[in-house]
Structure formats: C-alpha cells, structure tokens
Design a protein around this ligand. Structure first.
Ligand code: PHE
Length: 338
C-alpha cells in the first residue's frame, strides 16, 4: 500500500503538470481527491490493515493529501493567471488610439487669416463681421456702383430674390462699418465672398477676402502704403517692396493695384512673376467721397483708405501654389503640408 501511494504521487504530479487550464486541473483533483478519487479509495481500504500499518499509511496519505491540495492550488493559480493574461492579450484595447483617423490641420486660408488679423489687431484695428447674404444696396449702390454701372459686370453675381444677393466682395462691410461708427475708426472685415464664375486654376465661385478701412482727418496714400507694408512684412516674414499702379474701382478715388516685388526672383523676372518682376497683390485706394457720404461721413472733414485683400491669392503667393481649386478640394496630400 505504501508503494501504491508513492506511485500515486508520481502519477498525480504528471497529470497535474499536464493540465492546461483550471478546468483540467479540477479534473485531476477529482480523479485523486474526489469521493471516488484514487487517494480516497486507498483510504477506504485502510480498514483491512493492521493498526501499525494503518498508522503509517494514514500518516503518509494525509501528507499526500496535503501535498496534493497545495500543488493543485499552486497549479490553479498559475493556470488562472495564464488564462487572464491570454484574455488580456486577446481583448486589449488602446482607448487613446484614434481608430486609424489621421490628425487634422488648420486650413491654409484659416492660418493666413489668423495672421492677418493678428497683425491688424496689433495696429489697433477692430475686427468686424458682415452678412454673406447682402442687399443690392450695400453690395453695389452705396459703394457708388448704380444698377447700370459697367463695374457690375466684373462681379458676376449670384442673385437671390427681392434684390438680395450673395455678396461679391467684403466691401459692403465698409458701409455697415461707417454707419455704425463715428470717425476716427479703423477696422478689418474678413469673410467669404461669392461670384458666379466658371471655376479654373485662378477663379473660384467662393473665396475669402479681408476688407480694411481707415477713416480719420488727413488720411493720405502714405498711411495706406505704410499699413500695407507692415502687413506684408508680417506675412512674408521679410522686407517686401511695394508699388502702386492705377486701378479702377468705383468706391475709391484714386484707386490702385498694389504690387509686391516678386519674392521668388527678387524682381529680376521669373516664371512666377511672368518675367515682370512684380506680382499684383491687392486692390486698394482712397475712399470715394460719395461712399463716405453714403456712410454718413462728411468728406470735407474726413478722408480714408480701403483695401480688399484676397486671401487665397495671398496663400498661393506665400506657398507657391498654382491652382486655387486645391483649397476646396479634399486632397489630404495638399492640406497636410501646412
Ligand atoms: N472690393 C473689391 C473687389 O473685391 C476690392 C477693393 C476693396 C478695391 C477696397 C478697393 C478698395 O474687387
């Protein structure tokens, strides 16, 4: 009987080590320590032994029972841990992982708009907002563009009903600004504008402008040039040379096209400036007396300048982009560069 018990220890250890899960270890426990288990059976046979043998076998089987129980508990713990680790490995999720979505970036037009705003705010300008759905009165008439004026042709308009339209430029905010302010004042008005135009590499039906207006006593072209140079130096992060050419807009007199010396070739002539050495950047001018009057301002007492900065154009120049359609496209290869 002693031999049987010794042999059982070996069998037990082998089976327990072979158990690959807590369930299998439990089966081993039942097979040895259960009601009909191998060790239990041995104990049942003890009644046939002599008292001496009984004492000896009894002691040994008690030791075995203790030993088996400890081994089972240890094996169970190991197998349980393995089980948990397996589960953790299989079900693990990184909740901070954005499920394959790429991180976004600010649109280049938004980046430039923010910079332009910051520069003007640092010069003491107020930032105004205006409606995108405008009255014909504000988009045209009050800006010295009466119904039969040829300048309307250059701003192909999306007409709505009742003389309403989608603003073709941010200049109507000049009128709103004059009516809500008393001079002296200076403000900018960033926003979206719309033109009923065929889209190509340099024309979009929807784009962005920043209007600017300064009204005070004795405002002159020199103030205009100074403000524009400050803006452009801030945007291009280097000294830029500017020049004014005559430009026609009914709401300014005199009106100008402001050019900057080509940033690529420094004025020598290259493909970007089409060999001219200068790039047309921004229409501007001294506010027309009629426009001041429509804004309730006496042109005898006050004068002002205004400008209309095309943001897409500015971004295109800063980054050397040659197709305006990219801005409304969905090509992430373009957008992730900024
Ligand atoms: N509003 C004009 C345009 O969009 C630009 C402009 C603004 C010109 C202010 C002069 C002064 O075409």
């Amino acid at each position: 009987m002693k031999e049987r018990l010794e042999k059982m220890r070996g069998e037990f250890t082998a089976q327990l080590n072979g158990a690959a899960s807590p369930e299998e270890a439990e089966k081993v426990r039942v097979a040895f320590l259960g009601k009909k288990g191998a060790l239990t059976e041995v104990l049942k046979g003890m009644k046939d032994l002599t008292p001496d043998e009984r004492r000896e076998v009894g002691a040994l089987s008690n030791t075995l029972k203790d030993e088996f129980e400890k081994l089972i508990a240890a094996r169970m713990a190991t197998l349980g841990r393995v089980e948990i680790e397996k589960q953790l490995a299989a079900e693990w999720q990184d909740i901070s992982w954005p499920s394959g979505l790429k991180r976004g970036a600010a649109h280049p037009v938004a980046v430039i708009r923010r910079r332009v705003k910051d520069i003007f705010i640092s010069m003491g300008f107020e930032v105004l907002d205006g409606p995108e759905m405008e009255e014909e009165e504000f988009n045209f008439n009050k800006l010295n563009i009466p119904p039969d004026h040829p300048a309307r042709d250059s701003q192909d308009t999306f007409w709505l009903t009742d003389g309403k339209l989608l603003r073709t430029h941010t200049s109507p905010v000049q009128v709103h600004g004059m009516l809500s302010h008393t001079p002296p004042f200076k403000f900018i008005a960033p926003g979206k504008v719309y033109r009923n135009e065929a889209v190509d590499a340099s024309h979009e039906h929807t784009f962005h402008q920043i209007e600017g207006m300064v009204v005070d006593k004795n405002i002159s072209v020199a103030h205009l040039i100074y403000s524009m140079k400050t803006l452009l130096t801030g945007i291009f992060e280097k000294e830029v040379e500017v020049r004014l050419r005559p430009g026609f807009f009914p709401f300014v007199e005199p009106g100008f096209e402001l050019d900057i010396k080509c940033l690529i070739c420094g004025g020598k002539g290259c493909s970007v400036c089409k060999q001219g050495g200068w790039l047309e950047l921004m229409p501007c001018g001294m506010v027309h007396p009629n426009v001041l009057r429509h804004g309730g301002i006496d042109p005898e007492e006050f004068s002002g300048f205004a400008f209309g900065l095309g943001l897409e154009r500015l971004v295109m120049m800063k980054y050397g982009i040659d197709d305006i359609r990219l801005f409304h496209g969905a090509d992430l290869r373009f957008f992730t560069q900024f």
